[in-house]
Design a protein around this ligand. Structure first.
Ligand code: SF4
Length: 387
């Protein structure tokens, strides 16, 4: 049976508060039976609180509604995010006074509170899951949908994959992209040639390896797979290979399998807000202009289904190129707008495929619109002369 994904469109029919996104979130909270499921539970509301000047993260109005629903149901909620982002979260409106519950760093202020889980994947042997996540008995995954320079997009998977582990594991997840070799120094022995390859990248993605001077290091987040460097590189010296790019998405799925695995069945649910979708992640410390129209709010107990539904709902949205930072280049018009922006090897759908392979959910889902947008039939316009 397909999973259910509850959806509230960003569109309204009437200029009426009950048709707005916070009101539709209320309907989704009802559909997910959150109040009935949290009695006596310690509920971690994992969200991305942004960084420094971010203002496109999930607005406190939505967070407060979730907190209230948990309290009404007899649960003990707390909002949590990594220490780096929690430190000044209050400046962005995420304070206990506003939200109605405590706000804690996931793994303590120094990220030293964690549990270890052994599950080998590429360079990662042990995953360090944040203590406040693992200690909670119910998880409310509250994600903001946006683009991401490493994997195309971030939403429900990304919020948990990077946000429920400590900094050391976050770094190791990024390092999975370097596990499979992509630079073959013996095929490019001349220093001048190495320099020429690095200079061929207009995005600064290729630099000298600080650990191995003379070698080349790739900043995968800056690479849109345009191929210009391959024209400058001696044959066989450089690979722009999907295996390196896909590793991050697969690692995200593994990370979620580990952190979600610490909750009993039925003790986690996921809500994603697809509004003000920026080109890059909320951790950049600022908010750029949206690159697509707003889609709405989604909710599901199935993390695979919710990310799949968000991507399907937005896949035909035009990319708002006039809103892109001019440093970014769109060189493919194929696929999802996030893929158009970040390149073909950063296909946002990959994480749902890997998640499904790991048994985390299903890409087959039923979309349930909690308040379908009414359409109005109107007679044709009559021309009224000016005088
Ligand atoms: S493929 Fe393009 S963006 Fe990527 S490193 Fe090469 S030149 Fe830079």
């Amino acid at each position: 049976m397909p999973s259910q994904v509850f959806f509230g469109s960003a569109r309204q029919a009437r200029l009426d508060a009950c048709e707005t996104l916070p009101a539709k979130l209320d309907l989704i909270i009802d559909q997910l039976h959150i109040r009935d499921r949290v009695k006596g539970e310690t509920v971690a509301i994992k969200m991305h609180t942004g960084h420094t000047l971010s203002y496109s993260t999930v607005h406190p109005v939505f967070v407060r509604k979730l907190v209230k629903a948990v309290k009404d149901g007899g649960g003990k909620p707390f909002v949590t995010d990594v220490s780096w982002d929690i430190r000044a979260a209050e400046e962005r409106g995420y304070s206990p006074d506003v939200l109605g519950c405590p706000v804690y760093p996931t793994a303590g202020i120094d990220e030293k509170y964690y549990y270890e889980h052994e599950r080998p994947f590429k360079n990662i042997k042990v995953w360090k899951v944040a203590g406040m996540i693992e200690d909670a008995t119910f998880l409310l995954n509250l994600a903001h949908v946006k683009g991401h320079p490493v994997c195309g997009f971030g939403a429900a998977f990304k919020n948990l994959a990077l946000g429920c582990v400590v900094g050391e594991t976050r770094g190791a997840i990024h390092d999975t992209m370097h596990f499979d070799p992509y630079w073959f120094a013996d095929k490019c022995p001349a220093a001048d040639d190495v320099k020429r390859v690095m200079e061929a990248c207009p995005f600064g993605a290729l630099v000298e390896d600080k650990h191995h001077p003379g070698d080349l290091h790739m900043h995968f987040e800056q690479c849109n797979q345009c191929g210009r460097c391959l024209q400058a590189a001696p044959p066989g010296s450089l690979k722009i290979d999907p295996v390196n790019f896909y590793a991050f998405q697969e690692a995200c799925a593994y990370s979620v399998a580990v952190s979600l695995g610490t909750f009993a069945p039925g003790k986690a649910t996921h809500i994603s807000l697809a509004t003000h979708m920026t080109p890059v992640c909320d951790c950049f410390g600022f908010t750029s202009m949206p690159i697509m129209a707003d889609a709405g709010v989604f909710g599901s107990d199935d993390i695979v289904a919710i990310d799949q539904a968000v991507l399907d709902a937005t896949c035909n949205f035009p990319l708002l190129e006039e809103n892109l930072p001019t440093v970014m280049e769109v060189h493919t018009r194929e696929g999802h707008p996030f893929r158009q922006l970040h390149g073909p090897y950063k296909d946002p759908y990959l994480v749902t495929q890997y998640g499904e392979q790991l048994g985390l959910g299903s890409r087959q889902y039923e979309l349930v619109d909690v308040l379908p947008v009414a359409q109005f039939a109107r007679p044709s316009v009559t021309y009224i002369p000016a005088n």
